[in-house]
Design a protein around this ligand. Sequence first.
Ligand code: UGA
Length: 436
Amino acid sequence: MKIAMIGSGYVGLVSGACFADFGHDVVCIDKDPAKITALDAGVMPIFEPGLAELVSSNVRGGRLSFTTDLPSGIAGASAIFIAVGTPSRRGDGHADLSFVHAVARELGEHIGPSVVVVTKSTVPVGSGDEVERIIAAAKPGIQCAVASNPEFLREGAAIADFKRPDRIVIGTDEEWARGVMREVYRPLFLNRAPILFTSRRSAELIKYAANAFLATKITFINEMADLCEKVGADIQDVSRGIGLDGRIGGKFLHAGPGYGGSCFPKDTLALLKTAEDYDSPTRIVEAVVKVNESRKRAMGRKVIDAIGGAGAVRSKKVALLGLTFKPNTDDMRDAPSITIAQTLIDAGVEVSAYDPEGMALAAPMMPGVVMAKSAYDAAEGADAVVIVTEWDAFRALDLERIKGIARAAVLVDLRNVYDPADMREAGFAYVSIGRG
Ligand code: UGA
């Protein structure tokens, strides 16, 4: 089956490469000639473990190619995926659909009959109706279905998530389009991945509801962590103790500095806008957004407290380890590290930082932060070392070496990577999350 993937960003590229790996014939299309030239040369626009190898083996196998030319890219395709960006619109938090609509207009000019157009981009409820309207206005009477197929890929684990999904959601009421989509995902039947067929609007909402629920789970456990610190309980035990209840589930109960990334912050805001538009308030999600925002600044203040409080920060230095919003990505979007660094700088603290993959993108976002060559380079002369993102490389730091080069043996562990007793034994003043 021939598949066209419009948009060769994170979602489009991972999905396109995985479909090709299943044996489909895939063309990835992107407006950006520099991106396509780089992809043709085997250079990935993003850091994602395993992606470069997957792309190159499928290009070599003749199943994956790249082009800037939409009409030739979609020719003969049975399914055309739209995987372009839907950033938060400046000012109001609504998802910006201008890229999706521009693609729909171009498709309207060039699309042939019996094709399923599939939105993979995260789009608010009702967006599929508009895509359908735009195409139908350009090609009246054409047999073409517009389906919704949200993605549930985590950055850093996207290929595994694509190949072994918990579920595949397909939103369309057209039986023939369901047949095409069954064929697209047939290689996953062997893995017994459940396919859920729903209406288009339900599929669109499933995506937002899933992300909002996960953001809520994280925010809930973060508030429990704060309470643990006050009452002298241990959040690791509380998470495990509630997570073993099958109705709650143990995942996404890891307390930390607040969620970030390209999805939860943007999608929770967009869901609030939809709720407002339909006059159906989602107060829990409203609270989640507010609590998460203030948490990032609170983390900055937690670090300040660890180095003696606001009155004692002059000429003090803090080393931040890990800047990306989570490990195994170079993505800096809405990373808690940005707010934490700013809170420290505003208070007059000198900040150095190191991240295994994120520094190129982080540097322009954090003027005033000195980017170091390694974790130890960053820790040189520091009054506190702060683990902001739990990269594997920070799980077994040479603590003796840090004690030797830092000004004070203070470790603030915002991801609870270390054991408090071990750290005490190592001679560190150790501050973590929710372990009173
Ligand atoms: C998230 C969802 O997990 C994916 O299912 C979804 O497809 C994706 O958004 C999307 O909408 O495209 P992602 O943003 O890549 O994926 O990352 P997550 O692993 O979900 O982490 C998000 C944030 O929550 C990170 O800042 C992470 O550190 C934080 N987090 C996660 C916690 O603080 N605690 C946890 O227990 C889990």
